[in-house]
Design a protein around this ligand. Structure first.
Ligand SMILES: [Zn+2]
Ligand SMILES: [Zn+2]
Length: 578
């Protein structure tokens, strides 16, 4: 046993994402200059982040050359836990640890990013064949119960139940004590795939002494215990036999438990299974590669067989539970799906929670479905959450019995509600620490103090690269006010041609609008004044000065007469003769 005396250095714990705001989970553990990370996830943008594709954590702290990243430990394959790994790998390399299934989902992400990541091997014709075993990226499968030692850390995976198979928590033994990070979890005694939740390792670590517990706060505002994944199967069974017409079920592609149950219920109720949506086929392939047997693709019929199957015998599994505009279900809803045409008498079952931020898209899609005479079922019983409710959260704290408790994975109110749960287990308030992204905790065997905060901004990604906040402000401004481009040709200070106006999002481009005449007059007056003040043959002021005057004159007139504030872009062209 290592000496845990008070002389040991403190361990730094820094959440770079996922704590105080939903999504992009990333937790950093540092001892000396050695660092391990738990999860490197992404966040899907709010609609006000115009044109932003995804949001990733800030890696500034890791760029310090004195720090050494020893490894990244992934809890499970959801995008809010693995989605930003390719962006991290663009900048620094470190082995990535996870279960086979989690690494399967990551390998798919890496393949999508391979050009950005591995441009140096792009020219190599055989590179294509070598993927996803990319020589420079080490994906290391972990076995629960077999700890991995990296520098001062020893890290053990503990299986947990969640809405994606092969999810794990991590017990991280460090020179200052043992820390447990639950990842996302629920306590499900009867998941569909894999064993039921086994608390043994949590209890054993708890007995030996756990310095700090970091636990999933997502459902800390929900009382009791969340439903078992298996209970959803019973509802499917009932609905599949009751409903007369064709049935379409939308769910998260990565939830193999749910996919199994839809397939089983279809078979039991004498219905044939069909599938549409790339996400589903990808997830099933990853499952099969990870060694999961009897995945229902074999059972699924090709879509063209739909036309000669009676309505009473159809179940179609589809992606699109979040109303994503490019998903199979959204395409069906607007009549844009190549092979499936919805009709009156069809039923769509939405078997997923609506993720915050997607409500508007889902509502829009449901309206389109209803317009086609489709019945939409969105009952509570067709979905079971993947995250522990309050009683399960309490249970976890009691098993682990940590010295310090730190709620993670949740926005601020969820963290506070989870802190309240911890207090109910008898933890005193000095042992509960609510922190947010960028905060630093300094842990020693007998204390937990706050350190200096570190940069933890949201990094916006548009296309392949970072979008600066100033560009986003320009987009917001343009989207609310529009743009007016004005071009003039001048000789010395004399207006020779123009002004020519082009506008977008400001007013109609109709050249007959009286507005253009008025604006032309504003510019003509401006030049008349300039000419009379400076004299016809004066040396002309610099173009920037003239542009500034044009902008000022137009802005003044437009704001006064129209109460509008478009972005005005003057363009001065100098000509050689009048
Ligand atoms: Zn998850
Ligand atoms: Zn999550």
């Amino acid at each position: 046993m290592k000496d845990l005396s008070r002389h040991s250095k403190p361990l730094k714990v820094i959440p770079l994402g996922g704590v105080g705001a939903f999504g992009m989970n990333m937790m950093l553990f540092e001892y000396g200059h050695d660092i391990v990370l738990v999860d490197v996830g992404l966040m899907f943008p709010d609609p006000d982040l115009l044109g932003v594709d995804i949001v990733i954590p800030d890696f500034t702290y890791l760029r310090n050359p004195t720090k050494q990243l020893l490894g990244v430990f992934l809890t499970h394959g959801h995008m809010d836990h693995i989605g930003a790994v390719p962006y991290l790998l663009r900048e620094m390399n470190a082995p990535i640890y996870g279960t086979t299934m989690t690494l399967g989902f990551l390998a798919d992400r890496l393949k999508a990013h391979r050009q950005d990541l591995f441009s140096e091997i792009q020219t190599d014709a055989s590179a294509e064949d070598r993927l996803p075993v990319i020589p420079t990226v080490q994906l290391v499968p972990i076995q629960p119960g077999v700890p991995i030692t990296l520098g001062p850390f020893s890290i053990e995976a503990i299986p947990v139940t969640h809405s994606i198979v092969e999810s794990v928590a991590y017990a991280i033994t460090t020179p200052v004590g043992c820390l447990i990070h639950t990842g996302d979890f629920k306590i499900d005694p009867t998941p569909v795939r894999g064993a039921g939740f086994d608390p043994t390792r949590f209890i054993e670590h708890g007995r030996l002494g756990v310095l700090a517990l970091f636990s999933d706060s997502t459902n800390s505002e929900r009382a009791g215990h969340c439903a078992s994944e298996r209970s959803v199967g019973e509802t499917f069974g009932r609905l599949f036999s009751e409903i007369e017409g064709r049935i379409f079920v939308a769910t998260f592609a990565s939830n193999l438990h749910r996919i199994d149950q839809i397939a089983q219920s279809a078979a039991q109720c004498g219905r044939k299974l069909f599938m549409t949506g790339k996400g589903l086929t990808d997830a099933i392939r990853i499952g099969r590669e990870a060694g999961y047997s009897a995945i229902p693709t074999e059972q699924a019929l090709p879509l063209h067989a739909l036309s000669h199957t009676s309505d009473r015998e159809v179940v179609v599994m589809t992606t699109g539970s979040q109303g994503e505009p490019t998903s199979a279900l959204s395409k069906m809803a607007i009549g844009d799906h190549k092979e499936i045409h919805l009709k009156e008498g069809d039923t769509v079952i939405l078997s997923a929670r609506v993720i915050p931020g997607n409500e508007a898209d889902v509502t829009k899609m449901i309206n389109h479905l209803l317009r086609r005479g489709v019945r939409v079922v969105q009952e509570k019983e067709v979905h079971a959450s993947g995250h522990a409710h309050r009683d399960e959260q309490k249970q976890m704290i009691e098993w682990v019995n940590p010295r310090y408790f730190i709620p993670v994975h949740g926005d601020y109110r969820q963290l506070l509600a989870h802190a309240e749960v911890a207090a109910q287990t008898g933890l005193s308030s000095d042992r509960i620490r609510v922190i947010e992204n960028g905060d630093t905790l300094l842990l020693t065997p007998d204390a937990c103090q706050s350190g200096k905060p570190v940069p933890a901004e949201r990094i916006l990604i548009d296309g392949r690269d970072r979008l600066e906040v100033s560009t986003l402000s320009d987009r917001r401004y343009l989207s609310s006010e529009g743009i007016l481009v004005v071009t003039v040709d001048i000789y010395k200070v004399k207006l020779c041609a123009g002004p020519f106006f082009v506008s977008r999002g400001f007013v109609q481009d109709d050249p007959d609008l009286p507005l253009w005449k008025a604006l032309r007059t504003v510019i003509e007056r401006l030049f008349e004044t300039m000419e009379s003040e400076l004299g016809q043959d004066a040396a002309p002021p610099p173009s920037e000065e003239i542009e500034k005057q044009i902008r000022g004159a137009l802005k003044k007139w437009i704001s006064k007469k129209l109460r509008r504030y478009p972005l005005i872009l003057p363009n001065v062209r100098r000509v050689d003769r009048p």
